[in-house]
Design a protein. Sequence first.
Length: 327
Amino acid sequence: MSRVREIVPPLLLAVIVLSVPLFLKNPYWLNVLILVLVWTALGSAWNIVGGYAGQLSLGHSAFFGLGAYTLAITATHLGWNPWLGIALGMVLAVPLSLFIGSITFRLRGPYFVLGTLAIAEVLRLVALAWRSVTNGAVGIMVPFLFQGVSRAPYYWFIAVVAIVAVGITWWIERHKVGYYLTAIREDQETAESIGINTTGYKNLALVISAVLAAATGAFYASYLSYIEPDIVLSEPVSLQMAIVAIIGGRGTVFGPAVGATLLVFASELFRAQFKQAHLLIYGLLLMAAILFLPGGVLGTLQQRLKARRAARAALTGSTFGVRKEAS
């Protein structure tokens, strides 16, 4: 019964998210919500590795770009159905993530961060140089997944991807995989000493994360209908994934969704209100959030709730002890 009570609220939330296009017809706001879902999916993908496993990757644009370019190349040069391109991109993300993991997971701390960043940059340079396939800096046109002018099908597709990403995170947090990843994050040496296969679980987290990022990258390429290396393989893409999870609360299930909502809506608001200065104000707010909410929005709220509960429990215990002595 308790398990059913845990599942019902997330399911209701998923139904609400999926029903939005039935009531919201404004193309602008649908586009904003699609961007929120894109960054929710990407933030959740990064959160599995960076939040739960504690591996602060800045190279996730490699998987995002892989999905985007696989769809673009197979559809443009080979004439494949775009859906096959999406599936192939997700499949190719597995060996790429295992290759990257075999290199970077040997590194620790800032060396790991720099290693992931370097690999993503190498892939960006390859895409720039391989002009016969990628058209280099000129870019490549990508076919639409859905015909027609309505954005609703795109919304539903990325909503499913985002729900799956959050659902996988929810499942991980409540099962053995999540406990092991958290143990690795807190103290890898201790985790190894009690028999946890740290390399294996970190690779598993990276594979899941990479597949989700590749699916989102393929969607994003089709939604824009055009990509080039600086759009899908650049450092800001990886950085934004991490920022979304960190602002919302890394290591929490819904933190990336909260972070994506706040950042996308803030960006739209500042762009409309402050024109050219919106990036400066946006950056200052990000810095303030990181300084004053180090655990992210959800992480900080959870910490404060735990502190209050602990204080209440201590107060209740002390009061009970006094009454017992008096009696």
